[in-house]
Design a protein around this ligand. Structure first.
Ligand code: PLP
Length: 416
């Protein structure tokens, strides 16, 4: 229906649809629903006391109290950028504060990158499946997609040649505990990927919100680091010039309500992103940046992440164990065994549709996200679902998986 407003909407709004996750989250507000749908960290682990103290500290001092409430630079609060640069050094990233732009969550980073790089009709190479929020950010700018297949070790680099030859503008890659599949890109594939990216001249956007949430296995080097090693060190005034832009966030390690993320990129790219960010929101909340810095500094963040890892590892294991109990081997249902992050990825037998199953699951008061939303070509996802294990206590995980198994096995029994 055309209304007074709708015929004035810009062409780019044609691609806008409500996110399935957001719509679902509305339903899962009902207290009787056990939700594995959102990507929410466990709220009971938020360090409230430390935040309270940090707020007092920031506001009690002059000039810091007034600075926290004042406009500030678009690049972000310098001590926080320095802290991020030091922190990422541990992973070999070797960023300087000049390489770091603070964003209002990684989601804003994706939006700014889309604004910077995507012309209508440009092709973006994405994993199949990939992060739904990235597709939403890229769609607005008229992105088209080249979807690359994945398996338990992430992107199948041996099948990438043809996709790269088609000349995508950039690749969007989630190497650690991917959202939604939980898969981690193996070291061998990481090396091959950066070498191929270099050969074909296709830059990589590396999105890494979950890298610190590893529950088993060895830490693997970020693509940004491997890129530098593969291409040989190229520096300009001491700053890294590379083929990879790296994103991360405090959402999964401190609190998503802060809306604090960051981009590590060559300085010339940061300058452009800063200009775009000025048009978007001038800068990320000064107060939130100063408070996050106060909370994180002095080793607290490391200690807190260790605690989160313990709790999430247990929840992942409980979900895996209960799936084993509830889905007999002959059921044809299988799932991923992620080494970290927040998600399991479940595959249904031929003939089932996870969107239809969601309706039945909601009647049993359990929720998940159907796989479709995570594919550039939605039809590819009907046999998959994403399950979040971080946001429910072990008892609720057990009960929720039992309910899910009941709904699934019933629908499976009805198949011709
Ligand atoms: C892969 C990925 N990128 C980006 C984001 C956005 O995170 P933020 O809360 O920092 O905006 C998320 C959130 O779930 C995510 O999973």
């Amino acid at each position: 229906m055309t209304t007074l407003w709708s015929h004035r909407y810009a062409h780019r709004t044609k691609t806008l649809t409500s996110s399935t996750i957001r719509e679902l989250l509305k339903l899962t507000q009902r207290p009787e629903v056990i939700s594995f749908a959102g990507g929410l960290p466990a709220a009971e682990l938020f360090p409230l006391k430390e935040f309270e103290q940090a707020c007092r500290h920031v506001l009690a001092d002059t000039p810091s109290g007034s600075a926290a409430l004042q406009y500030s630079t678009t690049e972000g609060y310098l001590p926080l950028r320095e802290m991020i640069a030091r922190h990422t050094d541990r992973y070999g990233i070797e960023a300087k504060p000049e390489n770091v732009l603070i964003t209002s969550g990684s989601q804003q980073a994706l939006d700014l990158i889309a604004k910077l790089l995507i012309n209508r009709g440009d092709h973006v190479l994405v994993e199949a499946p990939t992060y739904l929020g990235a597709l939403q950010a890229f769609n607005v700018f008229g992105a088209e997609y080249v979807s690359a297949p994945t398996d338990d070790d992430g992107l199948r680099t041996e099948q990438l040649e043809e996709a790269l030859r088609s000349g995508p503008k950039f690749m969007y890659i989630l190497p650690n505990f991917q959202n939604p599949s939980g898969a981690t890109l193996s070291l061998e594939r990481r090396k091959r990927l950066v070498a191929m990216a270099d050969r074909y001249g296709v830059p990589i956007i590396e999105d890494d919100p979950y890298g610190q949430l590893r529950y088993e296995g060895e830490h693997l080097p970020p693509l940004l680091v491997l890129d530098r090693e593969t291409r040989g060190v190229r520096r300009d005034n001491g700053y890294h010039l590379g083929n990879v832009i790296y994103l991360s966030t405090f959402s999964k390690t401190l609190a998503p309500g802060l809306r604090l993320g960051w981009i590590v990129a060559p300085p010339e790219v940061i300058v452009k992103l800063v200009q775009l960010k000025q048009g978007a929101d001038l800068h990320t909340s000064t107060f939130n940046q100063m408070v996050a810095y106060e909370v994180a500094r002095g080793g607290f963040l490391d200690q807190h992440v260790r605690e989160i890892r313990e709790v999430y590892r247990e929840r992942r294991d409980v979900m895996l164990e209960t799936l084993e109990e509830c889905f007999p081997p002959g059921s044809g249902v299988s799932w991923s065994h992620p080494q970290g992050g927040l998600f399991l990825w479940l595959r249904l037998p031929e003939g089932m549709d996870s969107r239809r199953l969601l309706e039945a699951a909601l009647k049993e008061n359990v929720a998940f996200v159907p796989g479709n939303s995570f594919f550039a070509d939605e039809a590819e996802g009907c046999r998959y679902m994403r399950l979040n294990f971080s946001n429910a206590q072990p008892d609720l995980i057990r009960e929720g998986i039992r309910r899910l198994a009941k709904a699934t096995l019933e629908q499976l029994g009805e198949l011709p």
